[in-house]
Design a protein around this ligand. Sequence first.
Ligand code: ASP
Ligand code: MG
Length: 421
Amino acid sequence: MKIFKFGGASVKDAEGVKNVAKILAGCSDDKLLVVISAMGKSTNHLEKIVHACTHQTGETSSFIKELKDFHHAIVNGLGTANTAVMLNDIENLFLELECLVETPVNPDEYDFLYDQVVAFGELLSTKIVSHYLLNEGFKNQWIDSRNFIITDDRYRDARIQWSETEKIITKKLKPLAEKQTVITQGFIGRGPVNETTTLGREGSDYSAAIFAYCLNADSVTIWKDVAGVMNADPKKLSNATLIPQLGYSDAIELAYYGASVIHPKTIQPLMAKDIPLFVKSFINPNQDGTKVSNQSEALNVPCFIFKDNQVLTELKTRDFTFIVEQNLEHIFRLLAKHKVRCNIIQNSAISFSFVADNKENRMQSLIAELANLGLSSHTTDSLELITIYNATDDSKNSVLKQSNVLLQQNNGNTSHYLIRP
Ligand code: ASP
Ligand code: MG
């Protein structure tokens, strides 16, 4: 069995959906389980709905209408004989969404509401694609992945309950997937109180890997709008090249440092069962793309990863005493509490500095609590972090030469540069 995953960009309009159907038709001899993301930028749009709803900005209904118009336009663009069936399913999903945002929410329940709301992106996209395929004569079964991906209740970053997930997939999904193509959602799961959970932004790759692991699949293919895994984002470096083969551990490191082509959690389940991962272009499906497996040759190019919206925070004790273990213990506890992930950490006798993604308002609340501990802080935002994995002298010089480097760190074959763009 093969697992395919199509991201939002592959189904951003009616042409995209038709293209996905064409790729699937070319693989009709294979047993397939197909994971599909929310269409285009729907997840971002749903995030705006959650924000509007929790902050009572008065925009909730107009945002919902925009999302509905977007999906209607895709359905109309497909122009199939079963349009009425598609529209009916969409209508039902929107009704559910509208009812959900009707009830006033407590700000503490933001993460919970977020998961209930953003899941609609994947539900809508999979319904549309499944109906479109049926109309084209491609037999398939739509399933709700929340019945199979069982998680804890860490909303927005749920952890998989592996044994329950594996058990239910083996018992209920495997027999179905043996018989016909299955179309399902990425990114969403079900928590202990039967509510929807999500696996973190861009989590559909991870869903594909979970299904692959539990179904003992032969391979996973992630279909992207790029040729495969490149050694840099081609929008940032015009001479970026394709990496035809990559080892699992290199792929894990690249994803960890922020190479957005693969979700960081995707590789481990595949590596555990030695399931190869292909990253291919949905625009040129006949090209080979990248194969991630345990049989790859050593990586022979430096890889550049660019992360923007970084914030540098420097902490000092107010009485200029040393930053000692006890301060560090408090600092790390608060970082974990506020879910701030450090991309770089540096400490000296009297200061502790860290670079983190500047997400939502997590930094403000973190800084406020750090101040209570007697630590003064100085932050600089809007910075960019350039990481070079498998760094060479030339690649390092290329960054140092042209950038305003505020801080750098070298760990083995990896170099980080924090720059002011
Ligand atoms: N739709 C979700 C997102 O945009 C999950 C995914 O696409 O992987 O983050
Ligand atoms: Mg996406």
